[in-house]
Ligand binder design. Structure first.
Ligand code: 4GY
Length: 422
């Protein structure tokens, strides 16, 4: 039996909320007990005052310490092992793991604040502060109800079905998969075929997949904290494949002339390794100059097949992404051959302009799109206007914290990859 004591100046706010079916039944079955305490009963003056004006001035009223602390002490006398919780937006955010933790207690005292706040000295008599979310209520009462409801339903016997913790193993920390009930066809919207198949193995797999995709789309923050294996998360990733191209031609030089730049060892290595880290499909090194192609090939092959491949197998793995091509169009054609789809082209530029697309917007597209993406990086003084206008989107320039913006192309590529795929 878990015993809740709720301290509030509006104890009647709890009557109808706790008189509802599930919590009422839980109380009747002695699985939980809820006592509401009227804070005014602990006031010492004739007017039963619980608030006063703030020291230092300012708007509104503050809850006085004496009635609150008397009420807490009274509750502690009856339940010496009680955990005293103040509901407040300053508390640590209430999550299912908080629910599981406090459901282990035998007695909880929930304090509902009102007005502009609670005298700071009350916190010395409180074990922990909990916030149900980043918004301001007019009082802690709805928050206390949230805590009671979430905790009570975890206790054995409170929900109809015997709390089967086992069922949750996969979906733990993920969003729920979509549910359907009769009719099979509602206004032309059909129940997914798999759910009618009777194949429990397939249904289970479908639900797991749906949970994962939904969580990826709507709450990627939950995935990061999920106990699911990273490998499992990764292998079910159906996001659009991403390709990179590093253009050595056509690009600007510092005078704005269109030139061909030299291939460099470090750009090829570092972009290939960043690409490998972020799951890029292929990395095109674009140069029309045959001797430079030969050099690029030598750099790649050294690690892929030559002495370097034994010397450093991880670098070999990264450089296996790299391909040389004469022109950007050659790269695009090879993506089309590989994926049977036209890639969406995202160019990068260090120059500001209207018609730039934010990192957030491109990241969102990567989640929604199934078409391949090709991200273009320019060497020298950057991609030409002609190349930018050929792209479907041009990314906004990378902004640091200063006006200095002279990143090397390989640094820029790493930052872009992390912002879009990280
Ligand atoms: N959010 N989570 C919350 C709240 C109202 C002024 C202190 C919240 O838990 N409680 O917004 N409470 C405030 C009102 C006094 C409580």
């Amino acid at each position: 039996m878990l015993h809740f004591t709720v301290i509030s100046i509006f104890p009647h706010m709890f009557d109808s909320a706790l008189g509802g079916s599930i919590l009422k039944r839980a109380q009747e079955k002695n699985l939980i007990r809820i006592d509401t305490v009227d804070l005014r009963d602990y006031a010492s003056d004739r007017h039963r005052t619980t608030d006063d004006t703030p020291y230092g001035g300012g708007q509104g009223m503050v809850m006085k310490p004496e009635p609150l602390v008397s009420a807490i002490e009274h509750a502690r006398q009856h339940a010496p092992r009680a955990r005293v919780i103040l509901l407040s937006p300053r508390g640590s955010v209430f999550t299912q793991s908080t629910v599981r933790r406090v459901a282990q207690e035998e007695s909880l005292v929930l304090i509902c604040g009102r007005y502009e706040g609670v005298d700071e000295r009350v916190s010395a008599f409180v074990d922990e502060e909990i916030s149900i979310g980043d918004y301001t209520l007019s009082g802690g009462e709805p928050a206390a109800l949230v805590v009671i409801d979430a905790v009570a339903r975890l206790l054995p016997g409170v929900l109809g079905n015997e709390n089967s913790a086992a069922e949750e193993s996969f979906s733990e920390g993920l969003l729920e998969y979509p549910q359907y009930t009769r009719p099979e066809n509602y206004r032309g919207m059909k129940v997914p075929e798999v759910l009618l198949s009777g194949d429990h193995q397939r249904i289970k797999a479908w639900r797991a997949e749906q949970s994962l995709q939904l969580t990826r789309e709507r709450r990627p923050d939950l995935l990061a904290a999920s106990p699911m294996a990273t490998e499992q998360i990764r292998s079910s990733d159906s996001r659009a494949p991403v390709y990179l191209a590093l253009l050595h031609h056509p690009v600007y030089d510092k005078n704005g002339a269109i030139v061909t730049t030299a291939v460099t060892n470090m750009d090829i290595h570092d972009i290939a390794r960043a690409g490998r880290t972020y799951g890029v499909r292929r990395f095109f090194v674009v140069t029309p100059v045959k001797p430079l192609q030969k050099l690029a090939l030598k750099i790649i092959n050294h690690w892929e097949f030559g002495y370097g491949s034994d010397y450093n197998p991880t670098r070999k793995e990264a450089l296996a992404l790299a391909r040389i091509c004469d022109t950007l169009d050659d790269g695009i054609i090879s993506i089309e051959q590989e994926t049977r789809r036209k890639p969406l082209i995202v160019a990068t530029s260090a120059r500001h302009s209207e018609h730039r697309t934010s990192f957030v917007a491109v990241k969102e597209m990567l989640h929604r799109e199934t078409r391949p993406f090709l991200i273009l990086f320019g060497t020298g003084w950057g991609l030409t206007e002609a190349t930018l206008s050929q792209a479907d989107y041009v990314l906004e320039p990378i902004e640091g914290r200063t006006e200095f913006n002279h990143l090397s192309v390989r640094s820029a590529a790493a930052i872009v990859l992390d912002r879009l795929l990280g």
